[in-house]
Design a protein around this ligand. Structure first.
Ligand SMILES: Cc1cc2nc3c(=O)[nH]c(=O)nc-3n(C[C@H](O)[C@H](O)[C@H](O)COP(=O)(O)OP(=O)(O)OC[C@H]3O[C@@H](n4cnc5c(N)ncnc54)[C@H](O)[C@@H]3O)c2cc1C
Length: 406
């Protein structure tokens, strides 16, 4: 069997790469190890509306879109609240299973072929070139599939990336997450996302509650060390705000998964090979959001691959353009977000509490009111801190940053 381009994994990054290639008339096949797209889902599906629009994915079909948000409430470990109220809805929540299916259907409609229950066990490598994949198919047979380019969209395992000698994210850069679906949530604004910060409940990251309009919500938490399940139980029992909101909550589904938050890997290409999405750590280090970054990089990968196929040069020298474009588009913001994440992780719960109190007192929320861009947070921060209402908070954060790095 052969296909000009083979894609490993039918997650959002894999399917969007397939869509962009098929749209350009490239013969492309996607191999997905599960029997259907989007299952099991492990993601909150909280996405930027502006970025979805830029990708041509908004408005979303009925059912995929669950809610839109124009607010965020940040809480410290002892319940201090900093509320940000935006002038219009800036983010939305999608049903991740249906969102992934929607992207796969778009790719199929454009001409991409999908093979389900097909586990890619290894890459075929000859003369230092990736020349295809080995697939364990539904009949448990190992089948070779030849390809000119393989796009690795396998997600967090990054096994194939290692096979070509590329370095994935380090273990240190992972946070371990639990994602649950709950019903009977109380005292939550329908159009605001709840964020619970502080090492008492989510060391190294944060917890979140993303309400739907029907009284159900997506509840999650990620930690750098320790068991996310234990921390979630502590949040439910002890957090001054969350314990109240979730007092009668009934769990409908719970999943565990890791998130790479160490910033973009340095090299995500080789001879006949490109890596997109989580396996290339295309994830925002501040929030762990990887759908928009992954899908945007998948689009770049598809453009570079189809151009390389056109000129008949799929060598690493030719595909290097992918990394250059990814760095150009996301490198700056990814670096700033990584610094921000590391900085926030240095703050004690008491300091975080002080930051939220200070931000509320000095009216920092008004500097955030007209934000529309939440994916390119480096650029967003520059714009925010130009506003006089942000100066006091900027000085306070700078003081804490310098103290942490002294
Ligand atoms: C708890 C949690 C909450 C999150 N919340 C958000 C959020 O709110 N917003 C956001 O933007 N991001 C969020 N993320 C991150 C987001 O889920 C990922 O960044 C995104 O799913 C990455 O897409 P991907 O296509 O790279 O990988 P995946 O979605 O992981 O898809 C990879 C696919 O490859 C398949 N696969 C793997 N190995 C093989 C193989 N060998 N052969 C064949 N198929 C294979 C898998 O079955 C899977 O379908 C969250 C993550 C977690 C863990």
């Amino acid at each position: 069997m052969q296909s000009t381009v083979v894609i490993v994994g039918g997650g959002p990054a894999g399917s969007f790469a397939a869509y962009e290639l098929a749209k350009r008339g490239v013969d492309v096949s996607v191999f997905e190890e599960h029997s259907q797209i989007g299952v099991p889902s492990h993601c909150a599906g909280h996405l930027s509306i502006k970025s979805l629009k830029n990708l041509g994915l908004y408005p979303l079909p009925k059912g995929v879109l669950e809610n839109e948000f124009s607010g965020v409430n940040f809480y410290s470990s002892n319940g201090t609240k900093f509320a940000v109220c935006l002038s219009k809805p800036v983010t939305c929540a999608v049903n991740r299973e249906l969102f992934d299916k929607y992207l796969a259907e778009k790719a199929q409609a454009a001409g991409a072929k999908y093979f389900f229950g097909s586990h890619v066990s290894s890459l075929i490598v000859e003369d230092d070139y990736v020349k295809g994949i080995h697939v364990i198919n539904r009949e448990r047979l190992k089948v070779p599939v030849e390809a000119k380019v393989v796009i690795d969209a396998e997600g967090i395992s990054a096994r194939l990336l290692r096979q070509v000698g590329l370095s994935p994210f380090s273990r240190d850069s992972l946070v371990y997450a639990v994602e649950a679906e709950v019903e009977n949530v109380r005292n939550v604004e329908e159009n605001a996302v709840e964020v619970y910060m502080g090492s008492n409940y989510a060391p190294g990251f944060y917890a979140w509650l993303i309400p739907r309009l029907d009284g159900t919500a997506k509840l999650g938490l990620a930690v750098k060390k320790g068991s996310p399940k234990d921390f979630l139980e502590r949040l439910l029992r002890k957090h001054p705000v969350a314990s109240n909101q979730l007092r009668d909550a009934k769990f409908l589904r719970v999943n565990f998964h890791a998130i790479p938050i160490g910033g973009l890997i340095k090299k995500a290409y080789g001879n006949g090979f490109l890596a997109v999405g989580d396996c290339a750590s295309q994830v925002k280090p501040t929030t762990g959001g990887g759908v928009i970054f992954g899908v945007s990089c998948a689009r770049i990968a598809a453009e570079v691959a189809s151009q390389a196929l056109k000129i008949g040069d799929v060598s690493a020298t030719s595909l290097k353009l992918y990394m250059k474009r990814v760095q150009g588009a996301f490198g700056f913001d990814s670096q700033i977000m990584l610094r921000l994440r590391n900085f926030f992780n240095t703050l004690s719960d008491e300091q975080l509490d002080n930051v939220l109190r200070f931000a509320t007192k000095t009216g920092f929320a008004s500097a955030l009111r007209n934000i529309e861009e939440i994916d390119f947070q480096g650029h967003t921060l520059i714009n925010v801190f130009m506003k006089p209402s942000a100066y006091a908070t900027l000085v306070y954060l700078a003081y804490l940053y310098m103290s942490a790095n002294a």
